[in-house]
Design a binder for this molecule. Sequence first.
Ligand code: SF4
Length: 240
Amino acid sequence: MSLLENKDDVKELVDNLNFKEKVERSLMLIKEAYEKYGNGLVVANSLGKDSVCVWDLAKKVSREIRGFIVTTRFKPKETVQFMHETLAQYPEIKVYKNDAQIPEKLYETDPDKCCDILKVQPTRRAIDDMKVDCWITGLRCTEGRTRTDFGEVEERDEGLTKLNPILIWKEREVWQYLALYGVKVNPLYAEGYRSLGCWPCTNITTDENERAGRWIGTSKCGGECGIHTRPLKNVNGDGI
Ligand code: SF4
């Protein structure tokens, strides 16, 4: 049976597979998806540690696999610099950004709307523009309270499959992979961040929860920007 159709218990896989088995499983998931979707398989790269890990895995499967980055006006300068370095190395990555006018400090007054406009809408545009049939993300089920119920393969939107090939990796295993294979990461991790987003909504914390530093002080604290929860295809209007 294809690994893309597996019904394995995700929580058991997190604890029962060792590092090497997880790497092999991730590579196999991407390989099978590439065989199935070809050029319609595209990696979403947020420039965080999980994304660069998944991007490196995808490049091991095929140099031809394309990617996209969704950036915003609020990305830290270190992330912007890292993005330019990444693009210089991988011209097959396209960048999407929404420069529409938005109310000042919308990230404080309505962060859900801010994320919808600045992150979800450009992600929809990327999926449409690049004719994506299956997108790959770096989502992991041990990252935080909002990430426990995802699958390695999701069919949330009609005509769009989502592959989360490192869903079962622990934070330590991501760093293990990046160190072993010499994958360059965003320098902000050296400052103590564990999860990176826009500067108004990203903090350093000592909390056990990996995503606890995101959207502190809002109802969204430790939560999601929406690209993993909102519809991304066949959406009328802005979908908000
Ligand atoms: S992370 Fe913050 S600044 Fe960035 S889009 Fe979301 S609410 Fe806006």
